[in-house]
Design a protein around this ligand. Structure first.
Ligand code: NAD
Ligand code: TYD
Length: 358
C-alpha cells in the first residue's frame, strides 16, 4: 500500500509525512517542487528510510505524475502542494494561479487517467484528498457564526481565490467524472517546521533576533488557530472515513486576535528565554501598514468532522503554542538554515548521500 503526497516538504505536508511514517509502514511517495517553501531538512530524520520516496517535481508535470502513479500504484493522493502565503500572492499572483489552479487541474487529470484504468475494487478504494483553507469563505463580521461547510465561497485575496478555484475543480472532477474526492478546509496552522514568513514563526524568530515584531493595522484581525499535528490527524481521519465528495472544515475552536497571539509568544519567550536586560520581548512590537484587502475574521465550525467522524483537536491553543515556542528554541540550526537560505543546500546533500531517498 502506498500514498502519493504532494507538497510534502512544506510545513503541513512534512508534518503529515513525519507523523504518518511514525505510525505506519505504508510507503509515502513525496512529490514536491522544492520552491522556497519546500525544505528537505525538515525530513532529515527520514533519510535512509525506504518507506519514504522523495521526488522533486511539479504537480503540473503530467508525464512525471502519470509515471509516478503507474510505478507506485498509490491507493490515495493527498494534495498539499500550493503557494500558500497571502502577502506573496498580493505581490505576485501569477505563481498562485499556476500552481494552485493550473497545477491542481493537471494533477486531477493525471489522477483521473490513472484511476479510470484501475480495476473496480481498486477504483472503489481510491481517494483523492485535497487540502484547502478556510480563507475560501472570505471574511466574517465580529458576531457572525463561524464558517460551516455550506458557507458560500467569497475569497478576497489572490491566494484564497486560487484555492477556491482549486476546490471547485476538485468538486467538479467528482461530479463529472466520479473521481472519489475528499476536501478539507482548515484554519490557520502553527507548530514545528513553519516557515518564518507566517505570523507565529516570524514573531518567534524576530523576537529572538532583537528585530521589530510587525503587526499589521490595528492587530485586531481574528484567526482560528490549530496545532499542525491536529490538522494531520484530521486529514488521516477524513482519508479513512470521509464520505466521497464531501468537504470537512477543520479548526481548533480557538479564535484569537493577532495582537493577542503576539503577546502570548512574547510572554512565553520572556519565561523560556528571558532577555539579558530584563525587558519584555513585547517592547519590540511595531504596528505597521495593514495588508491590502486584509480579511478581518476567520472562524471555523468543525462540528461536522466531530459529529460524523469523531475527530477533535488534541491540543488547546495554550498547550500547542507552548510546544511551538519550545520547538523553535530547541532547533536553532533549522531556523538559521531557513533564514540564511542554507536549507536549500540540503537538496544536494540529500541526493548525494548514500541510501538517500530519490
Ligand atoms: P507551504 O507553503 O509551507 O508548503 C507548500 C509546499 O508545496 C512546499 O514544499 C512547496 O515546495 C510545494 N509546492 C509548491 N508548488 C508546487 C508544485 N507546483 N508542485 C509540487 N510541489 C509544490 O504550505 P503549507 O502551509 O504546508 O500548506 C499546505 C497546504 O495546506 C496548502 O494547500 C495550503 O493552502 C493548505 N492550508 C494551509 C494552512 C496554513 O495555515 N499553513 C491552513 C489551511 C490550509
Ligand atoms: P499569516 O500567518 O500570513 O496567515 P493568513 O494571512 O493566511 O491568515 O497571517 C496571520 C495573521 O497575522 C493575518 O491576519 C496577518 C497577520 N500578520 C501580521 O500582523 N504581521 C505579520 O508580519 C504577518 C506575517 C501576518
Amino acid at each position: 500500500m502506498t500514498l502519493l503526497v504532494t507538497g510534502g516538504a512544506g510545513f503541513i505536508g512534512a508534518n503529515f509525512v513525519l507523523d504518518w511514517l511514525a505510525e505506519s509502514s505504508e510507503t509515502v511517495v513525496n512529490l514536491d517542487k522544492l520552491t522556497y517553501a519546500g525544505n528537505l531538512e525538515t525530513l532529515a530524520s527520514l533519510q535512509g528510510n525506504p518507506a519514504h520516496v522523495f521526488v522533486q517535481g511539479d504537480i503540473g508535470d503530467a508525464d512525471l505524475v502519470s509515471r509516478l502513479l503507474q510505478t507506485h500504484q498509490p491507493r490515495a493522493v493527498i494534495n498539499f502542494a500550493a503557494e500558500s502565503h497571502v502577502d506573496r500572492s498580493i505581490h505576485g499572483p501569477g505563481e498562485f494561479i499556476e500552481t494552485n489552479v493550473m497545477g491542481t487541474f493537471r494533477l486531477l487529470e493525471s489522477v483521473r487517467g490513472y484511476w479510470q484504468a484501475l480495476d473496480a475494487p481498486a477504483q472503489a478504494a481510491f481517494r483523492f484528498l485535497h487540502v484547502s483553507t478556510d480563507e475560501v469563505y472570505g471574511s466574517l463580521t465580529q458576531d457572525a457564526p463561524a464558517f460551516s461547510e455550506t458557507h458560500r465561497y467569497e475569497p478576497n485575496s489572490p491566494y484564497s481565490a486560487s484555492k477556491a478555484a482549486s476546490d471547485h475543480l476538485v468538486r467538479a472532477w467528482h461530479h463529472t467524472y466520479g473521481l472519489p474526492v475528499l476536501t478539507t478546509n482548515c484554519s490557520n496552522n502553527y507548530g514545528p517546521f513553519h516557515f518564518p514568513e507566517k505570523l507565529i514563526p516570524l514573531m518567534i524568530v524576530n523576537a529572538l533576533a532583537g528585530k521589530p515584531l510587525p503587526v499589521y493595522g490595528d492587530g485586531m484581525q481574528v484567526r482560528d488557530w490549530l496545532y499542525v499535528k491536529d490538522h494531520c490527524s484530521a486529514i488521516r481521519r477524513v482519508l479513512q472515513a470521509g464520505q466521497l465528495g464531501e468537504t470537512y472544515n477543520v479548526g481548533g475552536w480557538s479564535e484569537k486576535p493577532n495582537i493577542e497571539i503576539v503577546h502570548t509568544v512574547c510572554k512565553l519567550l520572556d519565561e523560556l528565554r528571558p532577555k539579558a536586560d530584563g525587558s519584555s520581548y513585547a517592547s519590540q512590537i511595531s504596528y505597521v501598514t495593514d495588508r491590502p484587502g486584509h480579511d478581518r475574521r476567520y472562524a471555523i465550525d468543525a462540528r461536522k468532522l466531530e459529529q460524523e467522524l469523531g475527530w477533535k483537536p488534541a491540543e488547546t491553543f495554550d498547550s500547542g503554542i507552548r510546544k511551538t515556542v519550545a520547538w523553535y528554541l530547541a532547533h536553532p540550526d533549522w531556523v538559521s538554515h531557513v533564514q540564511s537560505g542554507a536549507y536549500r543546500d540540503w537538496v544536494q546533500k540529500q541526493y548525494a548521500a548514500p541510501g538517500a531517498a530519490a
